[in-house]
Structures are given as structure tokens and as C-alpha cells.
Design a protein around this ligand. Structure first.
Ligand SMILES: [Zn+2]
Length: 479
């Protein structure tokens, strides 16, 4: 079979909300505290207790809904998702089922199917060799995490490749981070990504059988896991087999995919409405507040920057780093040069100079003020110094701060003008010193001019403008 198969990927992202307290009780949220020190009868599921919903969690969920342009349900309800496992003392998780708080929306090119509120499970810690109660090890439960508010965001299957999926997940994380509703730390589990992966013949509208890759805790692993699974499915289908619906675990160390459960073993959660909680009915005030709390989000910033002439790559780099983006905007405002040129200096030359100096801060925390960068870009754009000298000045600004003019003056970097005779003399000397190259250029060999330009640049220590040198060489060779 040689039908070309395309990837069809949807993501489910669990976001831990950064509220002060848990979803249904007053226990403080904690990470890294001693186990089982943030618990109470409610999150330990003692008999007879009643959950009370955390209003801040609802407000945060509404902010996520607003950022993802989701329709907000005027009245959504909680359900009990029944399952039996030590991480859930109630033997059910309070979640939302058929009426989630947020319905259809979108982020960038990917449609959001829904977003709902739920509580996190407790954390299982497997110790000892086998990690089983009956082996040499044991499984312990830390209930500190149990009951942490979560928003689960589910996309439509709109992603068409592993790299695209990872890139979009980064955009989502940055969006949620900028909202300030979660610390989105993947290593600590505040952001967890599952991927639904299938393939289908190109041009087909039907969805293939999907598998679910669970709990990838970095974007790199997400990309590698999805790549591995796509490869497995393609090979299977090309060999005449069929994909079975199952849940998989990707081991980033070995690159192996192992089955956690098949369709037959899939849970029947027996959802039913949570009788102890009232429906969520957001007020007009809550909806307005959620909308008004929105900062300019990365997707909108990317679009605005593209409108100002920045490339998509540079716009994306800036929009996902708000501090540097604000820096760029201040520099662009202070500069007479095009925004695109300033942006390229910020993300290119300045970033390189900071790396080279081993700086631990980005542009915003560096000694180079936006005004100094704007002045420097102006000097280069106005051909008062060459681009190479501009980089030299930038390296000095990174370590000593101040303004570029002082450094240009001190280092004698002012560009040599073509009309004061000095540059003409150097060009003439370069031609005289390399008659063979001059002859080749005269003979029509365009590339040979490089040797002459290089000689002039060495002599002027990069202070001459390359275009001007080219022009003078051709003029003197009477071309
Ligand atoms: Zn509690």
C-alpha cells in the first residue's frame, strides 16, 4: 500500500490552577512540602463532609475561557467520575461531563473543543524495586495534591504533525502563563499533556482509530512520543495491519511505547451529577472581569508584530517572551528605524552579545537600555558606523552600559566616508597590492571582488561600509 497517510492529532492539557486553596476545601496548595500535611476531612473524603467550590478557580477558568475565545456555559454542572484507585479517597473524582464551563473556542489555528474544571488526584509515590505492595517495594500516597483545582483543555484534532503539536502546546502554555492563572511548570506537573494520535489517507475526512499518549512532561518528549507513535501506526497500516484503540506510555529514555490499557480494559466511569454542589452560573460581573483581566496574549501579539513587518519567527520569539517584547517596543519607539530592523537587533545581535558575555538576564535586565539600542541601530542605519562596528559597540554596551556614541568615539569606529579621500586611498592601495584579483574582476569575475573588499575591510578594521567599498573598487577599475 502506498497511500500517503496524514497525521491527525488532538491534545488534552491539564492545567493546575495557582489558587491559594484546593478546589473544594480550604487546604492550602503546596508543592514539595512534607507529605500529607495539607489535608482535611473533605479532601480525605471522610463520611458526611460537603465540598464547597473555590470561587477563584471559577474565575481563573473563565479567564482561560476568555483567552481561548470559548463560549461560556450560562450554567454548567459537576459530575462524579467513578473509579477505584488509591489516589482517589472518594473513589470518584469531581469533574465536569456533558456541560463543561467552557465550550468551543480557538487558539491560533487550532479549535478548542471544550475546557472544564475538575480536581486533581493525590500523588502516588512508588518506592522500592518492584513498586508494588507485595514486592520488595511499596506504593505510598501523598494527599497534598489531592483536590488541587485543574482546568482540562481539549482541542479538536486539528494538528497535523508532531512538531506542530509541540509548537502549539508551547503557545498554549505561554498563553496560560501570561494570564497568571497557573505556574505551568511541566516538571512539577502543573501542566500535563496527553495526545490523541491517529493517521488517515490524505484527503480523507474520516478519522482513523486513535491511540492516547499519556502524560508527557516536556514539549520535547511530546514531540518525540507523537513522532514515535505516528511511525508505529504508519508502519502497521503499510504492513496491512490495523491500529487498535489503546492508551500508551512513551518512555523518553528508551524511546519505547508501552500499552497501559486496551479498549476492552477502558474504564466505564459511570458519570452522574454531583448532588452536593450547585451549578456554576457565572455572573455578568465575573465574565466582564475575566475579559478585562486579559493581557495582550501571544497569538494577538504575533499578529500585531507581523502587521508591523516582523517575520513570523521573530514575532513568535518576542511574543512568547513578554519582557523582551516590551523591551523591543520601547527600543522601537525610541528609534527612527523600522520596527523590523530593531526587532532583528534585539533577537539577533543583542541576544548573541548577551550569550557571548554569559549574561544571565535577557535584554530587559541587561545594561543595554532600549534607548541605547535604539541609538545604536540609528547609527548603523544612518551609515555612521558599519554593521560590524555596531556589533562591536553592542558587546561593549553589554558589559559597561552607557550610550553607543561614547564607545564609537573612544574606539574610533566612526564609519569612513567615501568622500574624504582616505577610503579611496585604501581602495587604490588594495588594488595595487593584488593586481591579479583586479584583473579577474576586470575580466568579469564578480566573485573575485571579495578579495579586494576583504583587504580594504582588514585595513579599515571594519569601519568601512561594504557597499561603499564595492562601489569604489568598481569605480577605480572603471567598471
Ligand atoms: Zn482539604
Amino acid at each position: 500500500m502506498s497511500t500517503e497517510l496524514e497525521a491527525v492529532i488532538g491534545l488534552e492539557i491539564h492545567v493546575q490552577l495557582a489558587t491559594k486553596t484546593k478546589m473544594f476545601c480550604g487546604c492550602e496548595l503546596s508543592f514539595g512540602d512534607e507529605a500529607n500535611t495539607h489535608t482535611c476531612p473533605i479532601c480525605l473524603a471522610h463520611p458526611g463532609v460537603l465540598p464547597v467550590v473555590n470561587e477563584q478557580a471559577i474565575r481563573y477558568a473563565l479567564q482561560i475561557a476568555a483567552a481561548l475565545e470559548c463560549e461560556v456555559a450560562p450554567r454548567s454542572i459537576f459530575h462524579r467520575k467513578n473509579y477505584f484507585y488509591p489516589d482517589s479517597p472518594k473513589a470518584y473524582q469531581i469533574s465536569q461531563y456533558d456541560i463543561p464551563i467552557a465550550g468551543a473556542g480557538r487558539l491560533g489555528d487550532v479549535r478548542i473543543h471544550r475546557a472544564h474544571l475538575e480536581e486533581d488526584a493525590a500523588k502516588m509515590i512508588h518506592v522500592g524495586e518492584s513498586g508494588r505492595i507485595h514486592g520488595s517495594g511499596a506504593s505510598l500516597v501523598d494527599f497534598n495534591r489531592g483536590g488541587t483545582p485543574l482546568v482540562e483543555i481539549v482541542t479538536e484534532p486539528d494538528l497535523r504533525g508532531a512538531a506542530e503539536a509541540a509548537q502549539w502546546a508551547r503557545l498554549l502554555r505561554e498563553t496560560v502563563r501570561q494570564l497568571g492563572v497557573s505556574d505551568v511548570n511541566m516538571e512539577e506537573g502543573s501542566l500535563r499533556v496527553d495526545a490523541n494520535v491517529s493517521v488517515r489517507p490524505v484527503g480523507s475526512e474520516e478519522l482513523g482509530v486513535k491511540t492516547e499518549l499519556k502524560n508527557m512532561n516536556s514539549f520535547r518528549f511530546l514531540q518525540r512520543g507523537v513522532e514515535a507513535e505516528l511511525e508505529r501506526q504508519r508502519a502497521l497500516i503499510e504492513a496491512g495491519g490495523t491500529v487498535e484503540q489503546e492508551t500508551l506510555h512513551f518512555d523518553p529514555r528508551s524511546g519505547d511505547l508501552t500499552s497501559l490499557r486496551s479498549k476492552e480494559e477502558a474504564h466505564d466511569y459511570r458519570y452522574f451529577p454531583e448532588p452536593d454542589l450547585v451549578p456554576i452560573v457565572p455572573t455578568e460581573e465575573m465574565l466582564r472581569e475575566a475579559r478585562e483581566a486579559l493581557p495582550e496574549l501571544p497569538a494577538a501579539r504575533i499578529e500585531r508584530y507581523e502587521g508591523e513587518g516582523l517575520s513570523t519567527d521573530v514575532a513568535t520569539v518576542l511574543a512568547t517572551d513578554p519582557e523582551t517584547a516590551d523591551y523591543f517596543e520601547r527600543a522601537a519607539a525610541a528609534s527612527g528605524a523600522e520596527a523590523k530592523i530593531v526587532a532583528n537587533w534585539v533577537t539577533g545581535e543583542l541576544a548573541a552579545a548577551l550569550r557571548q558575555a554569559g549574561a544571565e538576564t535577557g535584554a530587559a535586565g541587561s545594561k543595554v537600555t532600549p534607548e541605547a539600542l535604539a541609538a545604536l541601530v540609528g547609527l548603523v542605519a544612518g551609515k555612521e558606523i558599519s554593521h560590524g562596528s555596531g556589533k562591536t559597540v553592542l558587546v561593549a554596551l553589554v558589559t559597561e552600559g552607557g550610550g553607543p556614541a561614547t564607545i564609537v568615539e573612544r574606539e574610533g569606529l566612526a564609519q569612513m566616508a567615501g568622500d574624504d579621500g582616505e577610503l579611496e586611498a585604501i581602495v587604490a592601495a588594495a588594488i595595487a597590492a593584488d593586481p591579479a584579483a583586479a584583473e579577474r574582476v576586470r575580466g568579469g569575475n564578480e566573485k573575485a571582488i571579495g578579495a579586494l573588499v576583504g583587504a580594504v575591510m582588514r585595513e579599515t578594521k571594519g569601519r568601512a561600509d561594504g557597499g561603499e567599498v564595492n562601489r569604489l573598487i568598481k569605480q577605480q577599475l572603471e567598471l
